[in-house]
Write a protein that binds this ligand. Structure first.
Ligand code: KIV
Ligand code: ZN
Length: 515
C-alpha cells in the first residue's frame, strides 16, 4: 500500500461554513491559486446548488486550476449533482462529492428516511454522479455515530455504484483517536470491495481531536485527509492542514507518510485565510500562531542560542517564516519592501504591491519603525478589503471630556461617494452611527475588540468587529495608527461580509443545513 497521503482542502467549502466567515468569489479564486501552488491534491471549492456565488466560485476555479482536482459538493439529490457537474464542466480534474447521513439519529430526524431508502439513495446518487465524471467521492455523514453493519452495507453499495473515494466523516467531532482508527480498520476489513476505493477522513474539532483522529486513521489505512487552513470550519472547525502536514513531516519515524504539500507555503496560506475571513489566528495556535516560534523565557533563549534544536522541533523556515534583519522605515525603498513582504509570505501582484507600498509610506510617516507585525497588519487589511462594495474614504472626529463626540465620515458605497456627520456617546459610537446612517442595515454589533499590533504609543491598532444579522455573523478586521480609523475599517469590512452572506442566503438555505 502506498504511503502517499492525498490532501483534500475544504477551506473554501466547510471552512467557509464557519460562523462569521465568508469569502467573495475573487477571494476564493485567490485562495485557490495559493492552495494549488502549495501542492494541495484536491480543492473542495464549494457547494454549487447552495447559491449562485458558490456555483460561480466552483465554476471559475474549475476554469483556472491546471494541476489540482476541483471538487463540488452535492447532497444525494439529482438537482444538486447536476448543478455540481455543471459548475465543474471546465475542470481539468473534476470530482463530485456526494453525501448522505447514515446515523440512526440523522436518518430518522434529519432525513426522515428508512435505512433501506438511504441505501437506495446512495446507489442512485453515486451512479448518477458517475454519468458526469469518473472521479466520485461518497461520504456517510455522521459516520462515527452510525451502526457499523449499516456502514459496511452503505459503503459496499457506494463502491459498486462507482465511488472511487469513500469518506468517513466524524461530522460532530465525537470520535476518540483509537476508536476512529478502529472504525476505519474495521470498514476496510469488512467491506467486500474496499480495495477498489481510497478511504478518506474528515474530522471536526469539537473535542479538539480533529488532527489526532485524522493522523490515527493513517495507520488503519486511510489515504486521504480532508482539512482546512487554520482549522477553519463549522463550530470548532475542521482538522488543521498545517498541523497535519507538519506532524507528518516532523515525525517521519512514527508517521512514515508523504504529502505533496510544500510546507514553506503554509504561512502565506494561513495569512491569506485570516485576512479574507477576518478570523484572527490565536497567538498560541500550533504552526501558524504568532508565538509558534517565539522564545521568551531566559532558559529557552539560552538553549536556542547554543543550538536551535534544543527548543525547536521544526524550523520557522520550514513553514515559510523567514528570519530577517531588514528593518523597515520611512526611507525604505520599494525593492526592500517587496523583499520583506516575500519573506513574510506575501506574493502580491504589481498593482497590490503599489497600493501596499503607498499605504506603507503613509503609515511609516507616522511611525518611527515598521515592525514585521505592522507590515502584516497593513497587507492583511488591504487584502481583506479588496472587491468591497462599501469602502472607507475618510473620517474626522471631534471629541473630549467636555464635548459631545461627533464623527464626519465619507464612504464610497457601490461606487458613490456619501458623507455624513453623526454624534454618539463616544467617538466609536459616533463613527458607527455614521456608518449606519450612510448604509442603513439591521446587523447588530456583537463584538468590538482592539489590540495594539506592536508596542509604543505610535503602534497600529488592530480592531476586530463582529456583526450579526438574521442569526448569521460576520467578522471584520481593520488596522491603522488611528484607532478610530481602524474601528471604522473593521466595521465596514464586517458589513461587506454581511452583504456577501445576504446575497448567498437569498438563494436558499441549503448551506446552513450542512456540517
Ligand atoms: O462534516 C461532514 O460530515 C461534512 C460532509 C458534507 C462531508 O462536511
Ligand atoms: Zn464537515
Amino acid at each position: 500500500m502506498s504511503n502517499q497521503i492525498i490532501i483534500f482542502d475544504t477551506t473554501l467549502r466547510d471552512g467557509e461554513q464557519s460562523p462569521g466567515a465568508s469569502m467573495t468569489v475573487p477571494e476564493k479564486i485567490r485562495l485557490a491559486h495559493v492552495l494549488e501552488d502549495m501542492g494541495v491534491d484536491v480543492i473542495e471549492a464549494g457547494f454549487p446548488v447552495a447559491s449562485n456565488g458558490d456555483f460561480d466560485a466552483v465554476s471559475n476555479i474549475s476554469e483556472i486550476l491546471k494541476n489540482t482536482s476541483v471538487c463540488g459538493l452535492a447532497r444525494a439529490q439529482e438537482k444538486d449533482i447536476a448543478r455540481a457537474a455543471a459548475a465543474l464542466e471546465k475542470a481539468v480534474k473534476p470530482r463530485i462529492h456526494t453525501f448522505i447521513s447514515t446515523s440512526p439519529l440523522h436518518m430518522r430526524h434529519k432525513l426522515q428516511m428508512h435505512p433501506e431508502q438511504v441505501l437506495e439513495a446512495i446507489h442512485k446518487s453515486v451512479s448518477y454522479a458517475r454519468t458526469f465524471v469518473d472521479d466520485v467521492e461518497w461520504s456517510c455523514e455522521d459516520a462515527t455515530r452510525s451502526e457499523v453493519d449499516f456502514l459496511v452495507k452503505a459503503i459496499e453499495i457506494a463502491i459498486n455504484a462507482g465511488a472511487k473515494t469513500i469518506n468517513v466523516p466524524d461530522t460532530l467531532g465525537y470520535a476518540i483517536p483509537t476508536e476512529y482508527a478502529a472504525l476505519i480498520r474495521t470498514l476496510r476489513e469488512r467491506v467486500p470491495n474496499a480495495d477498489k476505493a481510497i478511504f478518506s477522513v474528515h474530522c471536526h474539532n469539537d473535542l479538539g481531536l480533529g488532527v489526532a483522529n485524522s493522523l490515527a486513521a493513517l495507520d488503519a489505512g486511510a489515504r486521504q485527509i480532508e482539512c482546512t487552513i487554520n482549522g477553519l470550519g463549522e463550530r470548532a472547525g475542521n482538522a488543521a492542514m498545517e498541523e497535519i502536514v507538519m506532524a507528518i513531516r516532523t515525525r517521519q519515524n512514527v508517521l512514515p507518510y508523504h504529502t505533496n504539500i510544500k510546507t514553506d507555503h503554509i504561512t502565506k496560506a494561513s495569512r491569506l485565510v485570516s485576512a479574507i475571513t477576518g478570523f484572527a489566528v490565536q497567538p498560541n495556535k500550533a504552526i501558524v500562531g504568532a508565538n509558534a516560534f517565539a522564545h521568551e523565557s531566559g532558559i529557552h533563549q539560552d538553549g536556542m542560542l547554543k543550538n536551535a534544536q534544543t527548543y525547536e522541533i521544526m524550523t520557522p523556515e520550514s513553514v515559510g517564516l523567514v528570519r530577517s534583519d531588514i528593518v523597515m522605515g520611512k526611507h525604505s525603498g520599494r525593492n526592500a519592501f517587496r523583499t520583506k513582504l516575500k519573506e513574510l509570505g506575501y506574493d502580491l501582484t504589481q498593482e497590490e504591491l503599489d497600493k501596499a507600498f503607498q499605504r506603507f509610506k503613509d503609515v511609516a510617516d507616522k511611525k518611527k519603525q515598521m515592525f514585521d507585525e505592522d507590515l502584516i497588519a497593513l497587507v492583511d487589511n488591504q487584502l481583506g478589503q479588496e472587491d468591497e462594495k462599501i469602502r472607507f474614504a475618510s473620517l474626522d472626529i471631534v471629541c473630549g471630556s467636555n464635548t459631545e463626540a461627533k464623527a464626519t465620515l465619507k464612504l464610497i458605497v457601490f461606487g458613490e461617494e456619501r458623507t455624513t456627520s453623526n454624534t454618539g456617546s463616544g467617538p466609536v459610537d459616533a463613527t458607527f452611527n455614521a456608518i449606519r446612517a450612510l448604509v442603513p442595515h439591521t446587523a447588530t454589533l456583537q463584538l468590538f475588540q482592539v489590540h495594539a499590533v506592536t508596542q509604543g504609543t505610535d503602534a497600529q491598532a488592530e480592531v476586530t468587529v463582529r456583526l450579526e444579522e438574521d442569526g448569521k455573523t460576520a467578522h471584520g478586521q481593520g488596522a491603522d495608527t488611528d484607532t478610530l480609523v481602524a474601528a471604522a475599517s473593521a466595521y465596514i469590512h464586517a458589513l461587506n461580509k454581511v452583504l456577501v452572506k445576504r446575497e448567498r442566503h437569498a438563494v436558499d438555505g441549503v448551506a446552513s443545513s450542512l456540517n
